[in-house]
Ligand binder design. Structure first.
Ligand code: ADP
Length: 366
């Protein structure tokens, strides 16, 4: 029935300098790129191995461009055809989610661009080459912190509401800024990141406790081609379409790029007040994300709890049907994190079973 599940890619980041200098015993994580498997060695009186299979596994030597090609490009190409798409990074804080999605910006210009700027570059390059269609691209940037949505492009905003309209679920009143180049996208990303950092400094909290979501909306419409002999004019597109191409359609594709909150569990002891509430809220939304994924994987499941968290409510169409979804599981190479890595790999392997169906979005006009 054209059903398609979430595609899951694991990315192992390289060890930091400090991690390299540590005299680790034998490694615990092995990647087999031929078979797309990750093997975890767990020690006890005997060694035990757990093997996970994914759609792709990317070892630490992988470059940003490889990650883009494997985990993002197919989704971006579908968005250009009018599908919804979601690319999300899951993993504990420090595992490489932001590096994978954003970077360059995140690191003051010395590192290499991640998926967001590369996706934008691809969209604009394709638009440039396409002689038959014209494109309109806009960007929103929001975060979900403690179950409240904030517009990162309008820092004074708070507690924005999710609504459902003819064209699906959206954040009511969110800023949608027209963008004309990958540079525009990077500037807005940087602006949003500054606002994000500022809001967390004010709260004396850390942004890893929130989900950051970039939404790129791509509208594509057949170019207006004047009939031979008619006057060529610069009339606005909507006026133009009436006279030339009957019944033309606007394809609308939305690309959600989601930097999920850190998946690490809080140590049981010693956290109270705001830190505990933050942890509970992150836990709730990631658990709900897992449940929605799990429910999709189970053909007998009748209830999918999309409404149980803001994140899943907003991503409903990418988890539930109207979209293509790529999940990147970021893991760190350090042996200390083996429990967190195991839990991330388990999350990813559950997602492998998701069946989503993709439907093309059609609107009348833009
Ligand atoms: P997260 O967003 O999951 O908290 P970050 O993306 O901030 O993690 O990564 C943690 C640190 O590791 C950062 O200093 C980042 O630059 C570095 N890092 C992550 N992934 C890579 C990679 N593939 N190559 C080089 N450095 C990386």
């Amino acid at each position: 029935d054209g059903g398609e599940r979430v595609r899951v890619t694991v990315r192992l980041r390289p060890p930091s300098k400090a991690e390299q200098q540590r005299d680790d015993e034998r490694p615990f994580i092995f990647l087999d790129t031929e078979r797309n498997t990750v093997v975890l060695r767990r020690t006890g009186s005997f060694d035990a191995f757990t093997e996970f299979q994914f759609d792709g596994v990317l070892p630490s030597i992988c470059q940003q461009v490889d990650v883009y090609n494997v985990a993002a490009r197919p989704v971006v190409l579908d968005v250009l055809e009018g599908y919804n798409g979601t690319i999300m990074a899951y993993g504990q804080t420090g595992a490489g989610k932001t590096y994978t999605l954003s970077d360059k910006l995140a690191c003051g210009g010395t590192s290499v661009e991640g998926i967001i700027p590369r996706s934008a570059a691809e969209i604009f390059a394709r638009a440039e080459q396409d002689n038959e269609n014209e494109y309109h691209v806009s960007m929103s940037y929001i975060q979900i912190y403690m179950e409240q949505i904030q517009d990162l492009l309008r820092p004074e905003s708070s507690n924005m509401q999710i609504r459902e309209g003819e064209n699906g679920v959206y954040v009511s009143g969110v800023e949608e800024v027209a963008v004309k180049s990958a540079e525009d996208v990077m500037k807005l990303l940087l602006l949003g990141d500054r606002n994000r950092a500022f809001s967390f400094t004010k709260l004396n909290a850390h942004s890893s406790r929130s989900h950051a979501i970039v939404i790129l909306t791509v509208e594509r419409k057949a170019k207006c081609i004047p009939e031979p002999g008619s006057e060529v004019s610069d009339r606005p597109h909507s006026a133009c379409s009436a006279g030339f191409l009957e019944g033309e359609r606007v394809l609308v594709g939305k690309l959600f790029l989601v930097d999920l909150a850190g998946s690490e569990r809080l140590k049981k002891s010693g956290s109270e007040g705001i830190r505990a509430s933050e942890a509970m809220s992150v836990n709730l939304s990631l658990t709900c994300l897992g449940k929605c994924i799990g429910a999709r994987a189970d053909p007998n499941s009748t209830h999918v709890p999309f409404r149980d968290s803001k994140l899943t409510r907003l991503l409903q169409e990418s988890l539930g049907g109207n979209a293509k979804t790529s999940l990147i599981i970021n893991i760190a190479p350090c042996n200390d994190y083996i429990q967190e890595s195991l839990s991330s790999l388990l999350f990813g392997s559950r997602a492998m079973k998701v069946a989503t169906r993709a439907i093309i979005n059609v609107e009348e006009e833009f």
